[in-house]
Design a protein around this ligand. Structure first.
Ligand SMILES: Cc1ncc(COP(=O)(O)O)c(C=O)c1O
Length: 378
């Protein structure tokens, strides 16, 4: 059997990881400024994380949601503390798409409505509802197409008001990334998020904050939506939540009520997943990684804006987009193959940085020197 060929990969085999570094099978060391799509939040093979997973595996790895799992209760309490949303309710699943799928479904159950507002350049995942609210026709299969989704221009408050004025009674939810990731690192303004909050209040629609990429401390606050001083009704999470172990979840405001069978999953919230997620939160708190993300991120942004050939630098904390002219499409490859530094991209020419929140200033300096050297000679 061969693999179903859907990923255009770099010809590199990663064999080992530690902190913000990985090594290939030939022993070559790389600086990881991408964290495998924003997943490595506390660093590769972080010792407390490895220990907790190992210990849990020796006790019990999995049992289904047909029994009480105290680790889930412990995780909910810890997540409430670290995120500051102590009165919210936690539902655990396994990925970002699944988190958004559950959030949209729950919003529809709660309101009894079908329509959803999403935004241009959004990315919310590849499963049926998640891809339907994603603004990329290339990944929407005919079966995923629906007229329940209204796409509005990013940051267009007038369009948002008009849509609510015309169809507010039908709108189950607004779904928005606090910082668009795949769309190119576009930071939602505080006033835009506040407008969404107030319209959702008026029309009793559900505000869904997709925090899959921009959440979990990456922006320098636990949720990037926190910058606007608003509370969403549902936050969706995955990526950094398990530092590589597949864990996703949604947290749900207290006014949204549960009932048996409303949501469910076989794997979600299993013992190993909870152990991974707890280790991540413990390390985030102990090592003050949210503050670190803010400081090291700002350090990178402040430097990169002064570099030659940079069109714009966007982002917050350690979620940074560096927009280059299209003529400099080679920069990422050069970072990887000459300077041995992994970065991400957003089309057409944005370098996306999503490193571990434990990235140190001296690691950032290695990236900054390499980028400066390439841009200076471009
Ligand atoms: C904002 C956002 N939402 C949802 C997803 C989907 O997450 P997953 O790939 O875990 O399904 C992603 C993945 O890149 C994302 O960036």
């Amino acid at each position: 059997m061969k693999l179903f060929d859907v990923y255009p990969v770099n010809d590199i085999i990663i064999d080992k990881g530690q902190g913000s570094y990985v090594w290939d099978d030939k022993g070559q060391k790389y600086l990881d400024m991408y964290g495998g799509h924003a997943v490595i939040s506390i660093g590769h093979t972080q010792p407390n994380y490895v220990k907790r997973l190992e210990e849990q595996l020796h006790k019990v790895g999995f049992y289904s949601n047909s029994v009480r799992i105290p680790l889930q209760v412990e995780l909910a309490a810890k997540l409430g503390k670290v995120s500051g949303k102590e009165d919210y309710q936690l539902f655990l699943c396994n990925s970002g798409a699944e988190a958004n799928e559950n959030a949209l479904k729950l919003a529809s159950f709660h309101t009894g409505r079908k329509k959803v507002i999403a935004f241009r350049k959004s990315f919310h995942g590849r499963t049926s509802l998640a891809v339907a609210v994603t603004d990329n026709p290339k990944i929407v299969a005919p079966i995923n197409q629906t007229d329940h989704v209204i796409f509005l221009p990013w940051e267009d408050q007038a369009a948002l008001e008009k849509t609510f004025a015309e169809q507010g009674q039908d709108i189950a939810a607004v779904i928005i990334e606090g910082i668009q990731g795949v769309g190119g690192i576009n930071v939602a303004s505080e006033s835009f998020l506040q407008k969404i909050r107030s319209l959702c209040n008026t029309y009793k629609s559900v505000y869904i904050a997709d925090a899959v990429q921009c959440g979990y401390g990456r922006s320098g606050k636990f949720f990037s939506h926190d910058y606007a001083g608003v509370n969403a009704d549902i936050y969706t999470m995955a990526k950094g939540m398990g530092n590589g172990f597949p864990v996703g979840g949604i947290i749900i405001a207290p006014h949204i009520q549960s009932s048996y069978g409303m949501l469910g999953t076989t794997f979600g919230g299993n013992h190993l997943a909870c152990a991974a997620a707890l280790a991540v939160l413990e390390v985030i708190a102990q090592e003050q990684l949210i503050q670190n993300a803010l400081q090291v991120g700002q350090y990178i942004i402040d430097q990169v804006v002064t570099f030659p050939n940079v069109k714009e630098v966007r982002g917050r904390g350690l979620m940074i987009g560096i927009e280059l002219p299209e003529s400099l499409a080679h920069v990422r490859k050069e970072l990887l193959f000459t300077h041995k530094i992994f970065t991400g991209e957003a089309k057409p020419n944005v370098i996306r940085l999503l490193p571990s929140l434990a990235l140190r200033k001296e690691d950032a300096d290695i990236f900054l020197q390499a980028l400066h050297a390439i841009l200076k000679n471009s």
